[in-house]
Write a protein that binds this ligand. Sequence first.
Ligand code: CA
Length: 235
Amino acid sequence: MTEAMHQVLVVEDEPAIRNVLTVLLEAEGYRVIEADTALRAEIESRSHKPDLLLIDLGLPDGDGIAIIRRVRAWSPMPIVVLSARTQEEQKVAALDAGADDYVTKPFSARELLARVRAALRRNVRGSEQTGALNLGPLQIDLEKREARGAAGEIHLTPLEYRVIECLARHLGAIITQAQLIREVWGPERLGDSRGLRVCIMNLRGKIEPDPRKPRYLVTEAGLGYRLRSDDSPGG
Ligand code: CA
């Protein structure tokens, strides 16, 4: 399927912004469906099953986060959030609810389209996941649990493999601290991020060319982490 066939559901209550989004996306060849309320968003997402959901968090009749949670219950479709700069906490809540990425308003057309393309590509790649991860000169086989760099084999602990696996499943997307802790350490450890911080630090020491300036295991300030490979977008 070509990118031109992709269908995007745009959920935004401000007509001027919705119009800009539609014009931008249609100019790139996407088919666009519009919704201006939480209720319409639910109806359109179920009837059209779009390839991507682009959603504003503040809607007149409800919360965008609640919609994300409900969509996630039945669909892995990529979800990109539109949020205002003043909505930091909501941004984390949206990612925790299952959104893949966010764009901050006011957004640039270039950034928005890059995020949309990245989220759609990740969806394709996710379904073809082979278990091998290339981070520059480093190769990590997630199935065999083997890591190899330019200087030979690299030893990762079972915990480090679990953190890398979790990040690799969402390659290029943001994973919040809470998501990582829940998946790797378990829900009872939520609120205790020390183990995670130590693990990230150790991993960077092993996989980053310069651990002080991470290139692959990137911190998203106030939100969480993003794993980037050289051929993955989302930077
Ligand atoms: Ca709004």
